[in-house]
Write a protein that binds this ligand. Sequence first.
Ligand code: FUB
Length: 323
Amino acid sequence: MKKARYLVDDLYTADPAAHVFNGKIYIYPSHDVESGIPENDNGDHFDMRDYHVFSMDDIDGEVTDHGNVLDVKDIPWAGRQLWDSDCAFKNGKYYLYFPLKDQTDIFRIGVAISDKPEGPFVPQEAPMKGSYSIDPCVFEDEDGSHYMYFGGLWGGQLQRYRDNKAIECGHEPADDEQAIPARVAKLSDDMLEFGEEPKALVILDEKGEPIKAGDHDRRFFEASWMHKYNGKYYFSYSTGNTHKLCYAVGDNPYGPFTYQGVILTPVVGWTTHHSIVEFKGKWYLFHHDCVPSNGKTWLRSMKVVELEYDADGKIITIEGTAE
Ligand code: FUB
C-alpha cells in the first residue's frame, strides 16, 4: 500500500489511534462535528460529543463502523469536548482513555471499560486522579507494563501546569528556555489511575541539549504516540503551529529521547495527529487531513498510508499533501 487511503466518508473522523486486537485493526478516532463555534486558538470549535470505533480485517479491506460507543451525555463528570482518545487491553478488558473538560472547563483524562475492543464503553464515575491536559496515548511494553503519554499546549492547557501542579497563570517559557515537555506515567495495575507521578518527557537535540521552547519546528505540542521498533522506543508527536509530525528515539519508555526528524510534512488543515502500528508484517501511519471538507480545520478525515524505515531505523518522511 503506497497510496494514502481515506477510511470513512459518512462521518468526519480525526486523531486515529490504531491497535491490533484479535488479529484485526481497531481504530479509535475523534468524531468531528459541525458545532457552529467560531475557530479560535483555544480549540473551542472542536466540540466533539461522542466516539465511534472502526475495525478492519485488512488494511485495504472494508471498514466497519461499530457505532456510538461512548457519549458525553453518559459521562457523570462531563463538561464539554471529547478530544483524542486511545484504547488498551489488559486481562480480558479494554480501557478507553479520553480527554474531556470537566464542569469547570479544565481538561481531565477519563477511563471507560468494555469487554470488547469495539465497545460500548462504560465510563468511570470520576476522571483519573491527578490527570490534566489532553491526548492520552497508552503503550504496552513487552513486559506487560502500560505507560500513558499525554499533554497538549494552547487549548490543551499543558502550559497551565509545572511539576504536575496547576500554576496561577498559564504561560509558555521564553524562547531560550527548555520547551514544555509531554508527560509519561506508568499506569496502575488496575489500569484506572496513574501508578506514579507523571514525569517530564525530555526531547534532546543532536548536541544532547533539551529542545528549546522557541524551536517551534521541533518542540512537542500535542498528539503523543509511542511505538517500539528494533528494540528502540519511538516517541512521535505534533509540533502544532508548525504542523509537522516528528519523532525522537530513546532506550526506555521514559527517555530521554533524541530528536530524529519529520514523519509527515504538513497536511491540509491546522492540526496533524497520528498513530503508528505494525500489521501483517508492514508498518502504517494513521493520520488525518481536511481535504474532504475543503479545508475546514474542525472537520477532518482519517486516512492510512504505509510507513517505511531505512536500514538505520530512520523513518522515511511522508509528504502530507501526497495522494
Ligand atoms: O481533536 C481535537 C484535538 O485536535 C486533539 O486532541 C489534538 O491532538 C488535535 O488533533
